[in-house]
Write a protein that binds this ligand. Structure first.
Ligand SMILES: NC(=O)c1ccc[n+]([C@@H]2O[C@H](COP(=O)([O-])OP(=O)(O)OC[C@H]3O[C@@H](n4cnc5c(N)ncnc54)[C@H](O)[C@@H]3O)[C@@H](O)[C@H]2O)c1
Length: 253
């Protein structure tokens, strides 16, 4: 039996990047998928690739920044799949038209929006799905964080603060739900590839890693899928680095 047979997962920001890579690892294990993205083309393209794995895939177009959409998404996904067992709380980053800036120079409304995108969106989804997981006695949740949360980031204080708040949410909630068979973890990602990178920035990040390269998308997807699997049944409340050793600096170069 495949490791996710009979399970259904909700994955946000699944149109490309980490979300799509995670969904692919889940699909390879036989998991049914409720996919979300705000970009229709990306969402449809990702869904087509995942359906080719032979699993049921439903698509839910909308922004996780909108609480009405989250309510609708959770209701539709639960209806179409019967239950949601796994949550890959992935969407994050920067909302559109919201520049990142040094804190003292930033507009506070922008700070709030970036924080919201990286914390409240994930908190809302977790809040909406946990009661069902507790009732059924089974659930696995991964919230996608960043090394910026622990290192800090210039012009990224809102992002880093939102991500670090996720760690506190995960460690607190995990204690409340472990006895009901629900695991809640965070992954602290460093150096995934991203289409927005310039070659110079890419070369800089490659050099920072002890592996001399940024991670491959599937390496992040596999780590998240592991935490969503029964192989991780005794891991909860953790914020696990998946960063190619980036948190520990290169001392010799
Ligand atoms: N790429 C990195 O350098 C990096 C580093 C650390 C952590 N992360 C985290 O990984 C997660 C995924 O990032 P990625 O690198 O795959 O990004 P990405 O830009 O490659 O993909 C993000 C996907 O989410 C979708 N999306 C954006 N806003 C959305 C919204 N409001 N609602 C629904 N979908 C939305 C986008 O359309 C896109 O398809 C984020 O939480 C990010 O903070 C990324």
């Amino acid at each position: 039996m495949s490791r996710f047979e009979g399970r259904a997962a909700l994955v946000t920001g699944a149109g490309r990047g980490i979300g799509a890579a995670t969904a692919m690892e889940l699909a390879k294990g036989g998991c049914a998928l409720a996919l979300n993205d705000v970009d229709a083309d990306r969402l449809n393209e990702s869904a087509a690739a995942l359906r080719a794995q032979g699993v049921k895939v439903t698509t839910h177009l909308g922004s996780v920044m909108e609480s009405d959409f989250i309510d609708r998404f959770v209701a539709e996904a639960t209806d179409e799949h019967g239950k949601i067992d796994l949550l890959a709380n992935n969407a994050g980053g920067g909302p559109p038209m919201t520049p990142w800036a040094e804190f003292a120079k930033s507009e506070f409304a922008h700070f709030r929006a970036i924080f919201e995108m990286n914390f409240f969106t994930q908190a809302m989804l977790l809040h909406a799905l946990l009661p069902g997981m507790i009732e059924r006695g089974y659930g696995k949740v991964v919230c996608v964080s960043s090394i910026s949360a622990v290192l800090g980031q210039e012009s990224g204080s809102a992002y880093a603060s939102g991500k670090l708040a996720l760690h506190a949410l995960v460690s607190s909630v995990s204690k409340e739900v472990a006895r009901f068979g629900v695991n809640v973890n965070a992954v602290v990602l460093g150096n995934p590839p991203h289409p927005s990178r310039t070659p110079d920035r890419q070369a800089y990040l490659d050099k920072m890693s002890h592996f001399d390269r940024v991670g491959r998308l599937e390496e992040f997807g596999k780590a998240i899928a592991f935490l969503l699997s029964d192989d991780a049944s005794y891991i909860s409340g953790a914020a696990i680095p998946v960063d190619g050793g980036l948190i520990a600096p290169r001392l010799n170069e």
